[in-house]
Design a protein around this ligand. Sequence first.
Ligand code: ADP
Length: 197
Amino acid sequence: MIGLIFGPPGSGKGTQAARVEKEFGMSHLSTGEILRSEVAHGSAVGNEAARIMAAGDLVPDDLIDRIVESRLSRIDPTSNVLLDGFPRTTEQAKALDRMLAPRNVDFVVSLDVPEDALIDRLLHRAAVEGRADDTRDAIMERMREYHHRTAVVLDHYRGRGVSVLEIDGVGDLDVVLDRVRQAIKKLMLGKPRARGI
Ligand code: ADP
């Protein structure tokens, strides 16, 4: 199974992805985490990405495509994978289709949270975690990028007949996890050949 988890900044996708991964035995690949680790290590990729990320912009498609392709090549091709934070543009979605062929994306989880709640959560996280892109300006830019470039990626998948599971992301983490879990299970029931789930 190949799943994607989508959601605007602050929607909790990283947290939910980690839980879904554990529960359904999926390999979790988060492009945001990979990039933050590259920045922390001062690698060439990290140095290229650091300023772009701190401003809340998206790093170039070709850079992120190469990272994902190399990570996917290290994962057993029969395993279940959950991608978090990728694809974020329609070009990235097309690149992913090429990387996965002949496999396809099986489902997309999309977490829905109203914008005022997102901004509150991110400003709170800024005080606790101190992420470089949790400043008010960078948060607004990340929201803008999400609405302009990432939300349309859902249409790419809908157009290809992929199930987009829209989940209410407001509420306790466990309550949201339960919604995600039920939606994935329901989808699996309709896909009897799905492996391992
Ligand atoms: P959030 O969803 O809270 O913004 P992420 O951890 O998913 O957090 O991503 C953090 C930043 O990493 C993004 O704002 C962007 O700069 C960069 N990034 C992550 N994934 C991608 C991607 N697929 N394409 C371009 N930039 C990305």
